[in-house]
Design a protein around this ligand. Structure first.
Ligand code: AMP
Length: 289
């Protein structure tokens, strides 16, 4: 595995690989790798001749009061995990390398950002889309792998790839969870022990909501109440949002039908956690996948 820290070196390598018609699988991350990231890397390894992992905690996608400075980092550990997964290139640029001067152009996401994390984190998806545009141009991947844990991000990236004509196949990957159901996240280490115990309620509330839908409930408000009440009764976390939308359009629904996302965000003392489930809801009683 080669660690590359400059854009120029990365582009030189990529152009060599492209001239040999190699397929390139790309996994963009912010590091502090866990089983979720490793699953993306395994998929990329299976599908492509070359695997590129990027680790970059992108300042552009953090708001002024968010956790940029406390975001967990451990490059040495990430490097050995990446090596074990058979990564060929680890792209690890500094912020100065990625943003040497204030940008004269940035990417603005026009749709699907007025809800969920886009609403709670103004500017977040513009930061994500801007850095991904740069990374896609640097890495020129054949396929790019993204986790459904960040389901809104998957929807936004789908729009970015389509609208900007990137010749990239987007591969969404299922959420990887801890044994007790908590979605794996680099941020989980910043939960206090008691908060870590309480955090199981996120997935529990989503599975309870799914059961309610299987029982025939199709009213989004009633389902949102089930989720909010459970989170409120089993944790001290502050609910940021509990929402149900069509997916991937992220449009409000009066009645659950078709592909729907149940998405939640809960703030603990130092960490804001997100989770979701995506369901296929049919009109008939119990028709949920
Ligand atoms: P991050 O380092 O948090 O920016 O995540 C990098 C990529 O890993 C994103 O595409 C995430 O959606 C994905 N990812 C993070 N956590 C998980 C998880 N628990 N399961 C699947 N994918 C994940």
């Amino acid at each position: 595995m080669r660690v590359i820290t400059t854009i120029q070196d990365m582009q030189t390598e990529i152009l060599k690989l492209k001239s040999q018609s190699k397929s390139i699988g790309f996994v963009p991350t912010m590091g502090f790798l866990h089983e979720g990231h490793l699953t993306l890397l395994k998929r990329a390894r299976e599908d492509n001749e070359i695997v590129v992992l990027s680790i970059f905690v992108n300042p552009l996608q953090f708001g002024p009061t968010e956790d940029f400075s406390t975001y967990p980092r451990d490059f040495e550990r990430d490097q050995s995990l990446a090596e074990c997964e058979g990564v060929d290139y680890l792209f690890y640029p500094s912020a100065k390398e990625m943003y040497p001067h204030s940008s004269s152009v940035s990417v603005i996401v026009q749709e699907r950002t007025d809800v969920l994390c886009g609403k709670s984190r103004p500017g977040h998806f513009n930061g994500v889309a801007t850095v991904l545009t740069k990374l896609f141009n640097i890495v020129l991947p054949t396929r790019a792998y993204f986790g459904k844990k960040d389901a809104q991000q998957v929807a936004v990236v789908e729009g970015l790839i389509t609208d900007f004509n990137f010749p990239i196949e987007l591969i969404p990957v299922d959420i990887v969870r801890e044994e007790d159901g908590l979605a794996k996240s680099s941020r989980n280490v910043n939960l206090l022990p008691d908060e870590r115990r309480q955090a199981v309620v996120l997935f529990k509330s989503l599975t309870t909501a799914k059961e309610t839908i299987e029982g025939g409930e199709r009213n989004p408000r009633a389902i949102k109440n089930v989720i909010s009440n459970l989170i409120g009764s089993e944790s001290n976390g502050e609910i940021d949002y509990v929402e149900i939308y069509s997916y991937p359009q992220l449009k409000a629904l009066d009645y659950l039908e078709g592909t729907c996302i149940l998405a939640i965000a809960v703030k603990f003392s130092k960490v804001r956690l997100i989770d979701n489930i995506i369901l296929e809801v049919s009109h008939e009683f119990g028709g949920v996948k």
